[in-house]
Design a protein around this ligand. Structure first.
Ligand code: AOF
Ligand code: ZN
Length: 366
């Protein structure tokens, strides 16, 4: 039925408007359409999306706003398969079965193993009509991090670099410089708000003393969690990164077991994970982050960290903001000389003009 394509397209479109606002749950968008028996008159009577903190789920919100009438047909459209596990509340499948919804149409199956097709079976067993995989490719992109988390136990990794025309990230080694323009800054803050966490190395804290939050008015509380990799915790614990009143899932991965240092960081809302030397590697750190619920990770530096992520083949997207001037040979290189060059790993998916700067987007080849 072409109506189903039309409403799924609307659902997928609207999902993108609220994407990334429901950590630790995927942001699902649902619509309920009321039709007459012949489907000649159809209208959207309700919508819902996954709320802050992950609950209520999208379907629950949408259902709660409908006054179901006996002589009408109700179709629920959703970006994701409705859940069937008893979580913090009754499952969406149960809610749908108890309501007057007869048809359920959704875009993508849920890769979470508690659901993954079981939602479909339960709905069908109750005599409801279910259709899925409708424009599922449209939702693959926003759900990429979620899918990687649930299927491969790691988040989607985006590496963000700001540099000069000759790919230098600072005028001198060990120095912080603003290289890209003000509009780039806004775009970066927007990208931050869409990620669950930002990862930096301990050196970046020492050199840049960054805040790493989102400072776009209205989006401040979508600031990502902070993740620091620091073998020795040898940074100033009064750095800005420890001052912002972020929520409680900032994490430091370290080799250090000094209880006094750890206690002081805990008091600044940081979880400290002390790893053994052999476990202090990016794959293990990513799987730890996935367990904490992180689906989208932004890596903001520095060059050693960028290089390690690239060398280990762990980058899904590379975003380079390039300014309009050269820095020259004394500048800090974007990647360290340990970078193992590999061809054909990325494809250029977009190049955008940002006033006098350029935004280059590279995606990992499938
Ligand atoms: C839905 N609608 O809006 C979302 C769903 O922690 P819980 O109990 O809320 O469950 C989280 C899981 O619920 C998550 O991994 C995914 O399988 C599903 N997300 N499902 O029906 C929603 N956000
Ligand atoms: Zn649900």
């Amino acid at each position: 039925m072409h109506l189903d394509s039309k409403y799924i397209k609307i659902t997928n479109f609207l999902q993108k408007k609220v994407h990334g606002t429901s950590f630790p749950n995927p942001t699902v968008f649902a619509l309920i359409v009321e039709s007459d028996k012949k489907f000649s008159s159809n209208r959207i009577v309700s919508f819902g999306f996954t709320q802050k903190g992950g609950r209520p789920h999208a379907e629950a919100v949408a259902i709660s706003n409908v006054k179901f009438l006996k002589n009408k047909i109700y179709t629920l459209y959703s970006t994701l398969e409705p859940c069937c596990h008893e979580g913090r509340e009754e499952s969406c499948v149960e809610k749908i079965i108890k309501s007057n919804i007869q048809r359920i149409i959704f875009s993508s199956k849920d890769p979470d193993k508690r659901v993954n097709g079981k939602g479909i079976k339960k709905l069908e067993r109750s005599g409801l009509k279910v259709k899925y995989n409708i424009f599922a490719d449209e939702i693959q992109n926003p759900y990429k991090g979620y899918i990687l988390n649930r299927k491969f136990n790691r988040p989607k990794v985006t590496l963000k670099v700001g540099c000069s025309m000759d790919s230098k990230i600072a005028v001198k080694r060990g120095q912080r410089d603003q290289i890209t323009n003000k509009i780039v800054k806004k775009i970066v803050h927007n990208i931050r708000s869409e990620n669950d966490a930002i990862l930096v190395g301990g050196n970046t804290i020492k050199i840049d003393n960054p805040d790493l939050n989102c400072r776009i008015p209205g989006l401040e509380n979508l600031s990502p969690y902070k993740v620091i990799l620091s073998k020795s915790l040898n940074f100033d614990s009064n750095s800005k990164i420890f001052k912002s009143k972020n929520r409680n899932l900032n994490i430091i991965f370290t080799l250090e077991s000094n209880l006094k240092k750890i206690k002081s960081l805990k008091s600044k809302c940081y979880k400290v994970v002390t790893l053994k030397e052999e476990d202090f590697n990016l794959s293990n750190i990513l799987s730890n982050l996935a367990k904490f619920g992180i689906c989208n990770l932004l890596v903001e530096g520095g060059s050693k960290i960028f290089t390690s992520f690239l060398n280990e083949g762990l980058v899904d997207q590379l975003i380079i903001f390039r300014s309009n001037f050269f820095i020259g040979p004394q500048g800090q290189e974007m990647f360290s000389d340990k970078l193992k060059l590999r061809q054909n790993f990325f494809v250029i998916t977009n190049v955008l003009n940002v006033q006098n700067n350029i935004m280059e987007i590279f995606d990992r080849k499938r």
